[in-house]
Design a protein around this ligand. Structure first.
Ligand SMILES: [Zn+2]
Length: 248
C-alpha cells in the first residue's frame, strides 16, 4: 500500500490519459495520490479531480507568486476537500535574491493559513532547504512534508527531530544527495512521492505514480531492510501527516 504524497496529475502529459495512469498506479499498489495544484488555474483543475483515490493540495510556485491571493481564497472556500496547503515555500534556484523577501512574506501567509485551518504543509524548497526549515520552525509549523528536499542533511535531521517528514521521489535512483538523506533520516521521517510527471528515475522519463516503487526499493536497499517494512512505515507516516484514518 503506497501513498504517493506529491504528484501533478493536472499536467498535460498525464491529464489526457489519466484513466490509464490511475489504473497502472493502482495495479502497482498505489492506494492514494495527492495531486498538487500550483497557482489558481491549476488548483481548480486539481479540485476537479478529487475523489477517494485522488486527494488535493493547493499552493503556488515561490518564483511566480502571481495569483497567490486567489489560491488562499480557493483553499478557504474548499477547505473540507483540501487535504494540504502546498506546494509553497522558497526557491533560490529560479527565484532572485531581490525577490526572496517577498517569497518569505507569502510563505508566512501560507504557514499561518495551514495552522488556522489545521492542514499539513507541503514544502517546495529548491536551493533553499535550510532557510525554508528555519522559517517553518520559527513560525511554529507542525505537520510538514518536505517535498524533494535538496538541502543539507544536518538541517533535515534537525527538522526530522521536530516531526517534519521528507518525501522521496524516484529520482533518488540517480541522486547522491537523496541517497545520503535517506541513509541519515529515520524511516519514521520518510514518505513516498513521485512528483509526476517530474523527478522520474531518469530525466527522460515522463514520471507516473506507478513509479513510486523505485522510491520504496531504494529506501529498502539503502537501509538494508525489507521493502514490506518500508511500505508499512511510510504508509503509516502518510496517514499521520494528512490526518487520514485507514484507507480501504
Ligand atoms: Zn511538485
Amino acid at each position: 500500500m503506497i501513498v504517493d504524497v506529491h504528484a501533478h496529475l493536472t499536467d498535460e502529459r498525464l491529464h489526457g490519459r489519466l484513466g490509464s495512469v490511475i489504473a497502472s498506479a493502482k495495479a502497482a499498489g498505489v492506494v492514494r495520490v495527492v495531486t498538487c495544484g500550483v497557482g489558481p488555474e491549476d488548483s481548480l483543475k486539481a479540485l476537479a479531480l478529487r475523489d477517494d483515490f485522488v486527494r488535493v493540495s493547493l499552493g503556488i510556485a515561490p518564483y511566480d507568486l502571481r495569483g497567490y491571493e486567489e489560491v488562499i481564497e480557493l483553499i478557504r472556500r474548499n477547505s473540507p476537500v483540501v487535504d494540504a496547503v502546498g506546494e509553497v515555500g522558497l526557491d533560490l534556484y529560479r527565484g532572485t535574491r531581490e525577490g526572496f523577501v517577498e517569497q518569505r512574506r507569502v510563505f508566512s501567509e501560507f504557514i499561518a493559513l495551514a495552522k488556522e485551518l489545521d492542514k499539513p504543509l507541503v514544502i517546495h524548497s529548491r536551493n533553499a532547504g535550510r532557510p525554508a526549515i528555519e522559517q517553518l520552525l520559527s513560525e511554529g509549523a507542525e505537520r510538514v512534508v518536505m517535498h524533494a528536499y535538496d538541502g543539507d542533511v544536518s538541517a533535515a535531521k534537525r527538522a526530522a527531530g521536530r516531526g517534519f517528514r521528507f518525501s522521496i521521489p524516484p529520482r533518488i535512483a540517480t541522486s547522491d544527495q537523496k541517497k545520503a538523506l535517506v541513509r541519515k533520516l529515520p524511516l519514521e521521517a520518510l514518505l513516498i512521492e513521485t512528483d509526476s510527471p517530474w523527478l522520474g528515475p531518469e530525466r527522460t522519463v515522463v514520471n507516473e505514480p506507478k513509479n513510486a516503487w523505485f522510491s520504496v526499493e531504494w529506501i529498502a536497499r539503502l537501509k538494508g531492510i525489507n521493502p514490506d517494512r518500508v511500505l508499512e512505515v511510510t504508509y503509516r507516516n502518510a496517514l499521520e501527516v494528512f490526518g487520514w484514518s485507514d484507507l480501504p
